[in-house]
Structures are given as structure tokens and as C-alpha cells.
Design a protein around this ligand. Structure first.
Ligand SMILES: [Zn+2]
Length: 218
């Protein structure tokens, strides 16, 4: 059997990271790709591109497509094992990224084992979750505003103090949600037009979202 790969898409706050963790626990051997993490690593380099990306990140701008795709490809070419799947957390966010990933999966002859999954929550729900979610001061773990997590008073990973992220202010949140309507919806339509999109209701308990994902990929 071909190794399964996933792309988790959805509005900020839909629980992509949580479902990514559950998929990794369930399937074990998945290469986790976070575009944000790759860009932050690049920004630490004293290279021309490293400096350029650092500036963009500091100003809250958007990294160019070719840098994002280039970082994915480097990661995939260097690290993806023969019997290992990929999990893209919160990507693709632009159609050109979706096309690049399709071509890569085609190259590996794995396109039929690649599942784009939309974790669907309304804009209102996303806004509510984002204004209330918290982050750990010590380890940086993001604590979503859903289910049992609402009750946490300290970080469940390290016991650190929890606070609201400075970039989770109303203006920044609305910008992120606008970007979703503007660009990510195009990605959703790209997969929908090809009858490949799996949509699950993200406004239900975490374990039910996960059950629906497993049911859909069977
Ligand atoms: Zn922590």
C-alpha cells in the first residue's frame, strides 16, 4: 500500500494542528511540514534569502510562492522516506502551491494517496476561537479554545503560564480571515473541481472531527 499523505486546510483556529497531531499518532510515519516553521528557520540564516524572509516576517508580510515551494521541496527531497507519508499543516494556501504539491505527488506516483482535508468552521466561530486561544510563555505551545483545552490554567506540556498572543488582536485576526476568503477559498475550489476535497465539520468535538477524517479516507 502507498503511504498516505494529507493537507489540512481551514480557517485559523479550526484545529488543524490538533488533527495533524492525531493523524501522526494514528499513522505513525508522517513527515510533518509547517510552512511557518520552515520560514522561521530560513529567517535565522545569514543568507540573502534568509535576510529577505526575516524582513518579510517582521513586517507581517507574505513570503513569495517560490520560496515556500522551494522550502517544501528541499524538505521533501532531503527527508521524505520511501514508506513515509507527508502531512502539510495549514497548506497549501495558494493554488500554485497546490499544483506544485500535486506535481510532486505525481512524480512519486502517490497522487491517489494524497488527501486534501478541509476542516470547516464558520468565520464567526474562527473569530471567537482566535480571540480566546492562548499560547504558553515557556514552550510556545498553542492552546486552542475548544473542548477540554478551555479549562487549562497552565500549559499541559510544560506547566508554563498561558497568555493571549499579541498577533491575535482583532485587526490581525480579520486580516488572516480575509486572506482565507481571498486565496485559500481558491485552493478549496481547485480540489473541489477535481472531486478530491474531503470536508469535515470542524465545529464538533475534536474526537468526532478525527473520526470523520478517518471515515472519509477509508
Ligand atoms: Zn508550555
Amino acid at each position: 500500500m502507498k503511504p498516505l499523505s494529507f493537507a489540512l486546510i481551514g480557517r485559523s483556529g479550526c484545529g488543524k494542528g490538533t488533527q495533524a497531531d492525531l493523524l501522526i499518532k494514528h499513522f505513525g510515519n508522517l513527515l510533518y511540514i509547517s510552512t511557518g516553521g520552515l520560514l522561521r528557520d530560513l529567517a535565522k540564516l545569514e543568507t540573502a534569502a534568509g535576510k529577505g524572509i526575516k524582513k518579510i516576517l517582521n513586517e507581517g508580510g507574505l513570503a513569495p510562492d517560490f520560496v515556500i515551494i522551494g522550502l517544501w521541496m528541499r524538505e521533501l527531497c532531503n527527508n521524505l522516506g520511501e514508506n513515509q507519508g507527508v502531512i502539510l499543516d495549514g497548506a497549501p494556501r495558494r493554488v500554485i502551491e497546490a499544483q506544485a504539491m500535486d506535481e510532486f505527488m505525481d512524480f512519486l506516483n502517490r497522487k491517489d494517496a494524497f488527501f486534501p482535508i478541509l476542516i470547516d468552521i464558520s468565520r464567526e466561530e474562527a473569530y471567537g476561537r482566535l480571540t480566546k486561544r492562548r499560547i504558553c510563555k515557556e514552550c510556545g505551545k498553542l492552546i486552542p479554545w475548544v473542548g477540554e483545552f478551555k479549562k487549562l490554567e497552565k500549559c499541559d506540556a510544560c506547566g508554563g503560564e498561558l497568555f493571549n498572543r499579541p498577533d491575535d488582536n482583532p485587526e490581525a485576526i480579520n486580516n488572516r480571515l480575509d486572506y482565507y476568503e481571498d486565496k485559500v477559498v481558491e485552493v478549496i475550489n481547485y480540489y473541489k473541481d477535481k472531486n478530491r476535497l474531503i470536508t469535515v465539520n470542524g465545529e464538533q468535538p475534536i474526537e468526532d472531527v478525527f473520526k470523520d477524517i478517518l471515515k472519509a479516507i477509508k
